[in-house]
Design a protein around this ligand. Structure first.
Ligand SMILES: NC(=O)c1ccc[n+]([C@@H]2O[C@H](COP(=O)([O-])OP(=O)(O)OC[C@H]3O[C@@H](n4cnc5c(N)ncnc54)[C@H](O)[C@@H]3O)[C@@H](O)[C@H]2O)c1
Length: 333
């Protein structure tokens, strides 16, 4: 069981130019890491996410691809731990399922092989609440033993969830075969500074904010009672660090925010924080041409096991997290 003292450590963040990655690099440095390697092929235009880190002497940026083992092997020499984030999510899977299967499954397999070859002590793998699936079967409390629901959900969402299930099992397999210590964190929908447009649920926040800035009423799909469960990016950066630091291994843990939120409530909150509570949400039917992540009603992603296993719980509620995100989008954050 590897507990990594981050003070003086060497950690690589694979997919480090991402929303979660850029925050994780900051958190690792704040906890005393001696070197943080950002390994990313920058295929999602992440340069701006890491521009503020590139002159830090403790940060090394490698423009590498997870599909190229010959690049990963030298890059992973002498590391204490890896946080693996590089992935396609549902919207990218919808555009390019081949790419999603390659990056999410073969890419992780390459990282696990590099860990074995270079005796990296611990891996944190970013999984997702997508492992519970989508559609009418998803409702109530989602705990780590909740099964996968595929019926009635778009293929891209199920392909994404299935790729994370494959990833989790590849980690378990590497633990059994080679003794690699790992923690899987099943993030719920992430939001925060450096937010992108790649996550279907986070579009409720960024598209609402964009509409309000144009002086338009924001749109809510359906009657707005459907819940979403978000987690603030800084809370996840802390979770990634704590998963490396804790002795826990061979385990999958939910990492979600303090509480779920109904979409209507979320859109109203964004309008209020953006100073336009007068712009009442407009309820619209779903657009059949767009991928939507639906559920069978109210659900919550329970994060009690993470507290028990690695001592983590979320600290930032939606109001505060949204305030920080909107400030960043307005250029003041
Ligand atoms: N954002 C969310 O709402 C959310 C929710 C649950 C789980 N997750 C998981 O968390 C992780 C991080 O999410 P995010 O939103 O911060 O990611 P992101 O979309 O911002 O970034 C992914 C990164 O992976 C990199 N990448 C893609 N293909 C690569 C390749 N072949 N080689 C090297 N790098 C490559 C991209 O350049 C990008 O920087 C992902 O694994 C994602 O599945 C995210």
């Amino acid at each position: 069981m590897s507990a990594i003292a981050l003070q003086g450590s060497r950690i690589m963040v694979v997919g480090g130019a991402s929303l979660v990655g850029s925050a994780t690099v900051e958190a690792l440095l704040a906890r005393g890491a001696a070197q943080v390697v950002i390994y990313d092929n920058l295929s999602f235009d992440g340069e701006a996410n890491i521009a503020h880190l590139k002159d830090d002497p403790r940060v090394r940026i490698l423009a590498g691809d997870v599909l190229k083992l010959h690049q990963l092997l030298p890059a992973t020499e002498g590391l204490d731990g890896i946080v693996h984030l590089a992935a396609f999510m549902t919207l990218n899977f919808d555009r390019d399922p081949w790419g999603g299967i390659d990056v999410n499954i073969r890419g992780l397999q390459n990282v696990l092989e590099a860990c074995r070859a270079n005796r990296v002590r611990k891996l944190v793998f970013a999984s997702s609440n997508a492992v519970y699936g989508y559609g009418p079967g998803v409702k109530g409390d989602l705990v780590e033993t909740t099964p996968f629901h595929a019926a009635g959900a778009p293929p891209a969402a199920i392909l994404y969830g299935a790729s994370k299930i494959m990833g989790e099992q590849l980690c378990r397999d590497a633990h059994r075969r080679h003794g690699l210590d790992y923690v899987v964190l099943r993030y719920s929908t992430v939001y925060g500074e450096r937010q992108h447009y790649r996550a279907a649920n986070a579009l409720y926040i960024v598209e609402t904010h964009d509409a309000i800035k144009r002086g338009e009423r924001p749109k809510v799909i359906g009657d707005g009672s459907e819940t979403k469960h978000f987690v603030y990016v800084g809370d996840l950066a802390r979770a990634n660090c704590m998963a490396l630091e804790a002795p826990a291994t061979d385990i999958a843990l939910n990492a979600s925010g303090p509480a779920p939120v109904a979409t209507l409530e979320l859109v109203r909150l964004v309008a209020e924080l953006a100073g336009r509570p007068d712009l009442a949400p407009e309820l619209v039917p779903p657009d059949p041409n767009k991928v939507r992540l639906t559920s069978g009603g109210a659900f919550a992603i329970v994060h009690a096991a993470a507290k028990e296993a690695i001592g983590w719980e979320p600290q930032v509620d939606m109001r505060e997290g949204l305030r920080r995100l909107l400030a960043w989008r307005d250029g003041a954050g």
